[in-house]
Design a binder for this molecule. Structure first.
Ligand code: E4P
Length: 227
């Protein structure tokens, strides 16, 4: 069996507070932003991306928002100059393929996002991309599962000797996180909300409450007993 590397975790957010909070748990090997996440923050997007880069040592993905090829290329070049840890995120649309080809030739690090079908990675098989983002949760919102496709995508990347890392994204719950890890995704980008719900597992919290109630009873009834 292929020796698997330790999974890296990126935080899927544009919130500086969340980045600083989850850094304490060692869960910020990098950050992925997107136009929606930046828009939700109600901030000046470029300024925010710069601030994120200053607070994170790992890769920070900033997504192209232009749609015309020439403008996409210009925006990609501009974004790549923000910081040395910037990765330019390109949406998987027709123009995205040629834009990726041009930016890769300029040695700009790239993250192809909005991958929903493992076969889509083939459009980039001869392009030097760093990450291929495969969307797990967003399709489940529509009742379709992409879980079995993760390992198929991993095989397609390996068979075609692509150097990119598989990055599973749009992780809504623990099941999606687990299947991404065991299917061999090198990187998983997780929204803060998902980490919060995994950390605060109902049974962990109830169990702790139960233990502490028993402990209070013991202290009440047998004064002086302690650990
Ligand atoms: C990936 O890089 C995106 O930021 C992420 O998948 C967004 O996913 P969602 O909008 O479905 O949560």
């Amino acid at each position: 069996m292929e020796q698997m590397k330790k999974t890296k975790f990126f935080l899927d957010t544009a919130s500086l507070d969340e980045i600083l909070y989850w850094k304490k748990f060692d869960l910020v090997d990098g950050v992925t932003t997107n136009p929606k996440l930046l828009s939700d923050q109600n901030c000046e997007p470029l300024k925010r991306v710069k601030e994120i880069c200053k607070n994170v040592t790992g890769p920070v993905s900033a997504q192209i928002t232009e749609t015309d090829e020439k403008n996409m290329i210009e925006q990609g070049i501009m974004l790549s100059k923000i910081s040395k840890n910037i990765v330019v995120k390109i949406p998987l649309i027709e123009n995205g393929v040629s834009v990726a080809k041009t930016l890769a030739k300029k040695k700009i690090r790239l993250n192809i996002t909005l991958g929903f079908d493992p076969s889509q990675v083939l459009f980039f098989r001869n392009i030097d991309i760093s990450y291929f983002s495969f969307i797990v949760g967003r399709v489940e919102d529509f009742g379709v599962s992409n879980r079995e496709n993760i390992s198929k995508l991993k095989q397609i990347i390996n068979i075609n000797k692509m150097k990119c890392e598989l990055l599973c994204a749009s992780i809504r719950n623990t099941e999606q996180l687990i299947v991404s890890i065991i299917s061999g995704s090198e990187i998983i980008t997780v929204p803060p909300k998902t980490w919060k719900s995994i950390l605060n597992n109902k049974f962990s919290l109830d169990g702790q409450k139960d233990f502490l109630n028993s402990w209070i009873d013991l202290k009440k009834n047998k004064k002086g007993y302690t650990l």
